[in-house]
Design a protein around this ligand. Structure first.
Ligand SMILES: Nc1ncnc2c1ncn2[C@@H]1O[C@H](COP(=O)(O)OP(=O)(O)OP(=O)(O)O)[C@@H](O)[C@H]1O
Length: 261
């Protein structure tokens, strides 16, 4: 198995079809243009990290990719089809920042419900509970779980249909370092099995766990790079300093347009 400089397993080769192809994407929310003419191609079979200041448009971009966002114009293809096409429902898994589960049902009952919705076999329920490390809590009501455990039930629900593309909005919020490490290990396993992952995060050290990085600022792509290129191009010692350097460059009097997201 090939390992990269950080000792992690390098991503295997991928197919030629991009997982996501976006051109001139504009999204309005309320009176604001939140995504402003964004163009981006995401390779399949990779973990792409979506990072950026609060309010920069990460969740909005994810919602557009999943096909649940209104007022979207431009080109947005997912796995070669227009985003939101019914044929993509089983192909795209999505876990939002808020729980998508029933608090009064057990972990297993929640996932049995999602398995029934997707026509997945009963054995898949046990598999996804195991994959997110909740086997010991399978009979517990979701409302009685910790925040981090409850998040993982939503993640398990997103995995039920074995999606080709998994879109995860801040999946590690509220998790301790051990659980974060385990979750990233699971993401790499999924990628190695051919899944494409788009993962947003506020935690800059998670950037180094990704194969590719997209930094959003004010609804536009500030950079689309790899962790190694990010550090090399900025001369920074860590991802957080590198992103701050890029934001500072973009905010400089010659190029900048202000200081908000
Ligand atoms: N329901 C909504 N109606 C109107 N504007 C919205 C709505 N939700 C978000 N916005 C605006 O869209 C912009 C982008 O929000 P979005 O949630 O996509 O950012 P984000 O980068 O995911 O932020 P965070 O990291 O804080 O979750 C923000 O200016 C926000 O105020």
């Amino acid at each position: 198995m090939v390992k990269n400089q950080a000792g992690r397993h390098a991503a295997p080769p991928t197919s030629e079809t991009p997982a996501v192809r976006i051109a001139d994407l504009v999204v309005r929310r309320g009176k604001r243009q939140v995504i402003a003419g964004l163009t981006l191609t995401m390779e399949s079979g990779r973990i792409t990290g979506l990072l950026g200041p609060s309010g920069s448009g990460k969740s909005t971009l994810m919602r557009a990719i999943v096909g649940v966002q209104d007022h979207v114009t431009g080109t947005l293809e997912v796995l070669g089809r227009p985003a939101g096409t019914p044929a993509l429902r089983r192909e795209v898994g999505y876990a939002t920042q808020s729980a998508s589960t029933y608090a009064d049902l057990s972990v297993r009952a929640n996932l049995q419900y999602f398995a029934a919705l997707y026509g997945a076999p009963a054995s898949r329920v046990t598999e996804v509970i195991d994959a997110v490390g909740l086997t010991d809590h399978a009979s517990n009501a979701v409302g009685a779980l910790s925040g981090g455990q409850a998040n993982r039930v939503s993640l398990a629900a997103a995995l039920i249909s074995r999606p080709a593309l998994l879109v995860l909005d801040e999946p590690t919020v509220g998790l301790d370092p051990v659980l974060r490490r385990d979750l990233w290990s699971m993401f790499r396993d999924l990628r190695d099995a051919g899944t494409t992952l788009l993962v947003s995060s506020h935690v800059m050290d998670e950037a180094t766990q990704c194969d590719r990085l997209v930094l959003l600022r004010r609804g536009a792509v500030l950079t689309h790079t790899t962790p190694a290129e990010l550090l090399a191009s900025t001369g920074a010692a860590d991802a957080e300093s590198a992103f701050l350097a890029l934001i500072d460059r973009a905010e400089s009097p010659t190029t900048g347009k202000g200081t908000d997201a």
